[in-house]
Design a protein around this ligand. Structure first.
Ligand code: FES
Ligand SMILES: [Fe+2]
Length: 379
């Protein structure tokens, strides 16, 4: 089990203050040293709600999806009673993984020796087990993990003691559904993914502040009315809301947009929920650590139809070819700077009103939650 000494913790938190206006950022060693990645795997990712899919992918009994969560193979299925269940995707015979990808199945059959389980994870039959003394299929069951549908999105949590996501997030569901009332009807349209040479926290830090927007995203600031940009932190999430600028926009055409708000929510630890100006749409972004200095960024994108319209293609092209290129260059540069003796941490540029879109208080909020998690790793 990965742990920190009290001295290591103090060094990571050096300069951090509860008041964002007085605080410095998290120490650069946390973005470089593999020790922090091991701690985060155990104390952050294995204890938080992680996104799996839109509920449309698991509508019917037998629908399943297999995914890695915090490095663990997880299987989510809709069982024969129409309830969602999640298990470790691991056979109780010799540990072979049970299912891959997504699809529909009547029962869970292990590809190694054909032990088969019902959709509640109960072993039904194991070939030749009748010949084995004291072998009772009723005693063999897959290990369950928590699963929850939140805003029509499916999440799992490897921590059996974790409070529900709805309980942990207060008004978030109401806020998301107010901005995206059509979320249950949206359908999976496409996926974007990026491998970035930076720690997942550098990617998340960058996502959490728009202090860099006027300098680094010239087209984006013509899409969004920065005067209306407000960032608020609450519990384990932050909201980042602005009105779109309907004219003179260099990012992409939104003349026919039904959605004229830019609404983004960051959800601890590595998830962003998002509604962009355009037709009805929703995106779920994940910042997944691939190594101490590498991140897989995954965007799942839902539209009114699986066929992407020309306007949506233009918006996706802007995200993929402009915004992402700009942001990836920024965070990869930060990662290089953090690897020098010239950088340890920097002042959080938070404004006292605590809401301004150009203020970095949501970065400070994220660092506070990270330090709380690191505190639990002190030995
Ligand atoms: S490991 Fe699954 S049946 Fe043998
Ligand atoms: Fe950015």
């Amino acid at each position: 089990m990965a742990s920190l000494t009290p001295l290591e913790f103090d060094a990571a938190a050096l300069g951090y203050a509860d008041n964002p206006c007085e605080s410095w950022s998290l120490g650069s060693q946390c973005y470089i040293d593999g020790k922090y990645q091991a701690i985060e795997k155990e104390h952050v990712f294995a204890k938080s709600w992680q996104f799996i899919c839109h509920e449309e992918a698991l509508q019917n009994a037998g629908d399943y999806i297999a995914q890695e969560v915090a490095g663990q193979p997880i299987l989510v299925v809709r069982n024969q009673n129409n309830e969602l269940q999640a298990f470790y995707n691991v056979c109780k015979h010799r540990g072979h993984l049970l299912a891959e990808g997504q699809g529909n199945m009547a029962k869970i059959v292990c590809p190694y020796h054909s032990w088969n389980y019902d959709l509640k994870g109960q072993l039904l039959a194991a070939p030749r087990s009748k010949l084995i003394e004291n072998f009772d299929t009723a005693e063999v069951c897959l290990d369950q993990v928590q699963v929850e549908v939140f805003c029509h999105l499916v999440f799992v949590n490897l921590d059996s003691a974790a409070a529900s996501l709805a309980n942990q997030t207060g008004d978030l569901a109401d806020e998301v559904m107010a901005y995206a009332p059509d979320l249950s009807k949206l359908t999976y349209a496409t996926h974007l993914s990026y491998k970035i040479k930076a720690n997942w926290k550098a990617v998340t830090d960058n996502f959490l502040e728009c202090y860099h927007c006027t300098t680094a995203h010239k087209d984006f600031v013509s899409l969004v009315d920065m005067q209306t940009y407000k960032v608020k932190t609450h519990g384990i999430y932050s909201s980042h809301l602005a009105k779109a600028k309907l004219t003179g926009n260099a990012a992409y055409n939104i003349d026919d947009a039904a959605v004229t708000d830019h609404a983004v929510w960051y959800l601890w630890p590595n998830i962003a929920l998002m509604r962009y100006p355009g037709r009805g749409n929703f995106m779920v972004w994940q910042f997944n650590p691939a190594g101490p200095e590498e991140t897989y960024e995954e965007f799942n994108i839902y539209f009114e139809t699986a066929d992407v319209t020309e306007a949506e293609q233009e918006a996706l092209k802007f995200i993929d070819e402009v915004l992402q290129v700009e942001d990836i260059n920024l965070v990869e540069s930060v990662q290089r700077g953090m690897n020098t003796p010239a950088f340890q941490s920097g002042r959080i540029m938070a404004n006292p009103d605590g809401e301004h879109g150009m203020s970095e208080h949501a970065v400070h909020h994220f660092h506070g939650m990270l330090l709380e998690a690191y505190k639990r790793a002190i030995k």
